[in-house]
Design a protein around this ligand. Sequence first.
Ligand SMILES: [Zn+2]
Length: 195
Amino acid sequence: MIMRLGLLRAIMIFSVIVVAVIVGAAVFQPARQQASVADTFSRPLTMPVKGVASSNVRDTFDESRGTERKHEATDIVAPRGTPVVAVDDGIIKKLFLSKPGGNTLYQFDPTEQYAYYYAHLDGYAAGIQEGMMVKRGDVIGYVGTTGNAQNTPHLHFGIFKLGPEKRWWEGTPINPYPILMPTSSRTKSPRPAAG
Ligand SMILES: [Zn+2]
């Protein structure tokens, strides 16, 4: 009887450990994947809104928008009509009008591993069209409030790692905030949110 109890106890402890390992793996896997994707992103990017200093941008990646979804992008507030520039060289993959994003633009990086997503644009710059190549710093559009931006003109800027099919609408989000910060300030802790 004592031996059976010991065995039962051993089985119970073993089960708890197995469950803990499975749950732990399930919970921590996405975070670890996201971190590794961000770690491999080594391209320096230009601030996508003209005249905005990096010190005036805050990290809005983990904020919630709407009922449950995470924001997974950086909002850069600027007056309506401020030029939006390409953060990197690459192809304009898609100009798309969506309900949440309004006038949006999807650009691929030169290696076509990442997509840059610009949303709530007031409009596109003259001559911008799908399939054209742009250079870092080229004006591609203007800050606005189209889509669900409500009354605050801002650029919603996202980066995602493309899947093997290279679909412009599909990928793993990466936090643009640390990438947009100057290299020297990347090791500092993020500033508290203003307001
Ligand atoms: Zn946003």
